[in-house]
Write a protein that binds this ligand. Structure first.
Ligand code: ADP
Ligand code: ZN
Ligand code: ZN
Length: 727
């Protein structure tokens, strides 16, 4: 027999599939094996995706594979066919789809082996360590390890920001630091059951979901914050484990709090592994392999865990299903929730989507009878729903962004020894710097965006590309020294709050204050112990944290989202308000939420707070239907970017003509809302069809011809199917 022809997906640009000849090897050749192949003048890694007997490429022009990296498939057929489907649905090259799906260790030539994780911790001798004043790296290592009594992994060491391996070895040699290994599979020998019985709503939710086990179906678990959704998950998981099946729990990017993880660990004795960006390559590889072998029985992970292979998956749970972080926003722009539903269907297993604020997409699927719904309408155990008050900012004195009513309420709360959360979704000190004399403002050199002023190091930073400079002492345009900081970010708010409420401890939680690993946990800890009374923070705080004495939540500066041109902005704001409001009064003390706004009569706010999120979302769905917006129509964005302004629009105009010849409809092309980002000019074309099936037909027809356009060579273009951001 002739040697077979291998279709190889290349894991680097152009990410396409190419045919290669197979060398003679003494193992079977099957899809899912990694290979090294010659490509142009270089070598590339790729993956066998098909073994064929013929090819369109003449045999004389086909090159042989250099060698195999694997002797067995590392991607089960189930995953490979999921990836093929995703590649077709999102019209994204299979090579990049595979490369996105693989744990990064397998994207390199790492062997698929489970390894113990090296960790470091201080020895007793460390407390009497005498360092030379110049050994500041060793000092930094000892300081860091002091915060991790159970040991720190190499991922945690990364936060040191310097090459720590040499100095760490010195510390080990001096016997100040102990290196040890932990197994990636740990079990809790003493699982604990809750000290309460489940309530009637929980029971009926559990029973109705369990009735669908063993087959494909999707249930929306629609439960207000604090209604005991997690308890429902735990009971369902228990049931699945009893059938010797595995469970995948998907959570938003910042959703895996130590509290959530420990609730799972306390309850079960089976091995639980996690998969998220805060792990080393080897740790993520371990999780992937242990899920595949069936040794890990519960996997808790962020969006990419949807690609994890399982030996026998029995249930997929998606917590906070409405969260936008389930959609990847660059490269292969998949939606993990949507892929989960597809995968579950193929596997004939159930999916549970849990949230207090279902997305309109999911709500419509419920209305159309595609998804079941189970509701938990009340808070479980102690704690009642907070009282919500819309505070009209127009008719009262305002001090540095805080209205008098809010200031009074904060005083009252603090006087009762309770805690306050002030929510402002903008980090930094001030979102703009302007000259009072001439009107100049500090813009980014690389983006159409204002620079944000950061007070701690007196620098201006662009939150879109990361560019930063020093704060100028005088106006670069008129030389006056009348530069003013305009608007308010969390740093400025923290400063004001400190002066307004002297004698209380204020903590700020945002991406800047928690950049160092561990600080977030330390800050949360201080709140729990009551050492901190006022918390200022961004949406990092919105999810999953319980603060029993947090009885007042103040929400600032929502007016921008109420008037945004993005039709999803009000939906997102409504979700965020409900989530943040849910932080108030989770224990026996009643909670209170104050929302400051210039538009208290806005219909969204009125609906949301007089009738609740469900009623609001029904109204919002009607609006979408009337306006012919998703989820009632399907959308796809064709994005293009180039280093010259006119190129993306030219290309999109040509693509649009092609599309129209095929009978397709579109809006644009228009420059992106921020046309220039990180030095690149961006524009987009929005394609609309009456549903997803029609969209797929159109894209199947159109997409192959886009690449043939001469102007396509001068831009980088990409499709975003079912985009979440369209402006
Ligand atoms: P959610 O995930 O819906 O926000 P949780 O599952 O975190 O809610 O539950 C909120 C709180 O109520 C937790 O402290 C949990 O321990 C408690 N809880 C859950 N179910 C019950 C119940 N049936 N009886 C008493 N307390 C409960
Ligand atoms: Zn000026
Ligand atoms: Zn920038």
């Amino acid at each position: 027999m002739d040697s077979p022809i291998l279709s190889i997906a290349i894991a680097k640009p152009p990410y396409d599939c190419f045919d290669y000849l197979s060398p003679k090897v003494n193992h079977p050749i099957v899809p899912g094996m990694r290979v090294q192949v010659p490509f142009g003048h270089s070598k590339r890694m790729g993956m066998v995706v098909a073994v064929k007997t013929d090819s369109d490429v003449p045999a004389g022009r086909m090159k042989p594979v250099d060698h195999f990296l694997d002797q067995h498939s590392i991607l089960p057929e189930e995953i490979l066919s999921l990836l093929w489907w995703a590649s077709q649905y999102y019209h994204h090259p299979i090579g990049d789809v595979i490369s996105t799906a693989l744990p990064s260790a397998l994207r390199k030539d790492r062997e698929p082996l489970v390894k113990e994780i090296p960790m470091w911790r201080l020895t007793e001798a460390a407390s009497s360590a005498i360092l030379s004043p110049r050994a500041f790296r060793q000092q930094a290592i000892l300081d860091l390890l002091l915060r991790y009594p159970d040991g720190a992994s190499s991922h945690i060491m990364q936060e040191l920001g310097f090459d720590w391996r040499g100095p760490l070895k010195t510390c080990v040699d001096k016997n100040w630091v102990d290196k040890f290994f932990t197994s990636p599979l740990t079990r809790n020998a003493h699982p604990l059951n809750p000290d309460y019985g489940i309530n009637a709503h929980q029971t009926s939710a559990i029973e109705s979901i369990k009735a669908g086990f063993g087959d494909f179906n999707v249930t929306l678990l629609d439960g207000v914050t604090g209604s005991g959704k997690t308890e429902v998950y735990l009971q369902l998981i228990q049931n699945v484990l009893e059938h010797n099946l595995q469970v995948l729990v998907m959570i938003p990017e910042i959703g895996l709090s130590p509290q959530l993880l420990s609730r799972f660990q306390q309850r079960f004795s089976v091995p639980i592994t996690t998969m998220h960006s805060g792990m080393t390559d080897q740790e993520r590889l371990n999780t992937w392999l242990l899920a595949q072998s069936g040794e890990a029985e519960i996997i808790i992970g962020t969006r990419s865990s949807i690609f994890c292979p399982f030996k026998s998956l029995g249930l997929i749970l998606i917590d906070e299903e409405h969260d936008a972080s389930f959609k990847q926003q660059s490269g292969f722009r998949y939606h993990a929730r949507d892929l989960a539903v597809y995968r579950a269907k193929k596997l004939s297993i159930p999916v549970v989507l849990g949230t207090a604020t279902p997305s309109l997409e999911t709500r419509l699927n419920v209305e159309r009878g595609r998804y079941h719904v189970a509701s938990l309408p009340e808070r479980a155990g102690v704690g009642s729903a907070p009282a919500i008050q819309l505070v009209d900012l127009r008719r009262q004195p305002v001090k540095q962004g805080l209205g008098l009513k809010v200031i009074e309420a904060i005083h009252e709360t603090l006087a009762k020894s309770e805690q306050v959360l002030i929510f402002l979704n903008r980090r930094g000190y001030a979102p703009a710097i302007m000259c009072h004399q001439c009107g100049w403002s500090a813009g980014c050199h690389h983006c159409d965006a204002k620079m944000t002023y950061h007070h701690d190091d007196e620098r201006l930073r662009c939150h879109h590309c990361g560019y930063e400079t020093r704060l100028p002492t005088e106006c670069p345009s008129c030389d006056s020294d009348a530069l003013q900081r305009v608007g308010m970010g969390t740093q400025r708010l923290e400063q004001y709050v400190n002066t307004l409420f002297p004698g209380y401890k204020v903590a700020r939680i945002d991406r800047d204050s928690t950049r160092r690993k561990g600080t977030f946990e330390d800050q949360l800890d201080a709140i729990h112990k009551g050492e901190t009374q006022i918390l200022v923070g961004t949406q990092m705080l919105a999810k999953g944290h319980h603060f029993p004495s947090m009885t007042l939540v103040v929400i600032l500066d929502i007016d921008g989202s109420l008037i945004s041109g993005d039709f999803r902005a009000t939906e997102r704001l409504a979700q965020q308000l409900v989530q943040v409001a849910g932080r108030a009064g989770r224990a026996d003390k009643p909670g209170r939420v104050m929302i400051q706004t210039l538009q208290p009569e806005h219909p969204m706010l009125q609906q949301l707070f007089t009738q609740g999120y469900t009623k609001y979302s029904k109204m919002a769905l009607q609006e979408r239907q009337q306006a012919e917006l998703p989820p009632y129509v399907a959308q796809t964005l064709l994005r293009a970017e180039a280093n010259k302004r006119q190129l993306p629009v030219q290309f999109l105009e040509e693509a649009k003509r092609q599309l129209q010849q095929m009978g397709g409809q579109c809006l644009g092309p228009i420059p992106s809302l921020m046309e220039r980002k990180a030095g690149v000019f961006r524009a987009q074309l929005l394609i609309e069809t009456k549903n997803k099936a029609v969209m797929q037909q159109l894209l199947n027809h159109w997409v192959p011809s886009i690449g043939q356009l001469p102007s396509a060579k001068r831009v980088r273009w990409q499709l975003d199917v079912d985009p979440l951001d369209v402006i």
